[in-house]
Design a protein around this ligand. Structure first.
Ligand SMILES: [Fe+2]
Length: 282
């Protein structure tokens, strides 16, 4: 098996290349890729052109899938593949996809361990916009001064779907408003997650609503500062998609967001999600 990894930036991201495409679909490769995702946070496989079956098989080999979102009007797509699209024929609730324009980590308000990784295959790209950006919350923690680390270590934040929808509030059609904003999912996480592997990562982004036992506005201001810090160029990369690209990232150590694009572009990503096994409260 020969897989090759080339750093994109010192603190985040690797491009992956391979001698033989079939080599990827082995347990040996899945184990190596999982280790590299933890080490480099984001892996880009240019023009891998995965089928849904291959993507699901690869997800399972890496540790198993989890279904994060409900089903839409999709056709001929496995129920475990989520279609990220603004196309209303397929996705009658594009609000959740519009929410991806803002820095976030997937699955934070859900009462389960945060999903370990998210995987996207680009099926159709937008001529304008539609890039995805990734920011390492591990590098962000490491880059803080000791004093700043001491100030935030031990704090807890409440994450909610509602908080992540606030930037969209004015744009949600009245008939959808209660359905979208009224979602009650809420979960408390540490701001600084002490991981089993000895690392610490920040759990932040648009779902983080407030800091427990801190005045609401002060807590939000702190969460925004941490988000801005993590998004700085040293800790983040932008991927400009080409059709067939496949990207895996460590959802427990990175925020991500999409650059806005038109629904008419037909942009379509097929997403699978790798189950998380490490609870944040343990
Ligand atoms: Fe996401």
């Amino acid at each position: 098996m020969a897989l090759h990894f080339e750093d994109i930036k010192p603190k985040i991201g690797s491009h992956v290349s391979w001698d033989d495409r079939d080599d990827l679909f082995t347990h040996e490769a899945a184990k190596l890729v999982r280790e590299k995702v933890e080490e480099r946070t984001v892996l880009v496989f240019p023009k891998l052109n995965l089928t849904d079956e291959e993507q699901l098989a690869f997800t399972d080999m890496m540790g198993g899938r989890v279904k994060l979102t409900g089903q839409f009007n999709k056709q001929e797509v496995d129920e475990n593949v989520y279609q990220v699209t603004l196309d209303k024929k397929i996705n009658p609730q594009p609000e959740y996809v519009l929410g991806t324009y803002f820095w976030h980590m997937d699955g934070m308000p859900i009462d389960a361990p945060p999903p370990f990784a998210t995987m996207l295959s680009a099926r159709k790209v937008s001529a304008k916009g539609g890039q995805t950006e990734f920011a390492s919350t591990w590098a962000a923690w490491e880059g803080l001064s000791e004093e700043e680390q001491r100030e935030i270590d031990g704090l807890r934040a409440v994450h909610s779907v509602k908080a992540s929808m606030i930037p969209l509030t004015d744009a949600i059609p009245a008939e959808q408003y209660q359905k979208v904003i009224g979602i009650q999912a809420e979960k408390e996480h540490p701001v600084v997650w002490h991981r089993a592997n000895g690392r610490k990562t920040l759990l932040i982004g648009s779902t983080a609503d407030r800091i427990v036992d801190m005045p609401t506005v002060d807590g939000r201001a702190l969460l925004w500062r941490l988000t801005e810090w993590a998004a700085q160029p040293n800790f983040s990369i932008r991927h400009d998609w080409e059709e067939g690209d496949f990207v895996i990232w460590d959802n427990t150590a990175a925020m991500h967001r999409a650059i806005p694009y038109d629904a008419e572009s037909g942009r379509m990503m097929h997403r699978t999600t790798l189950v998380g096994t490490e609870a944040t409260n343990s």
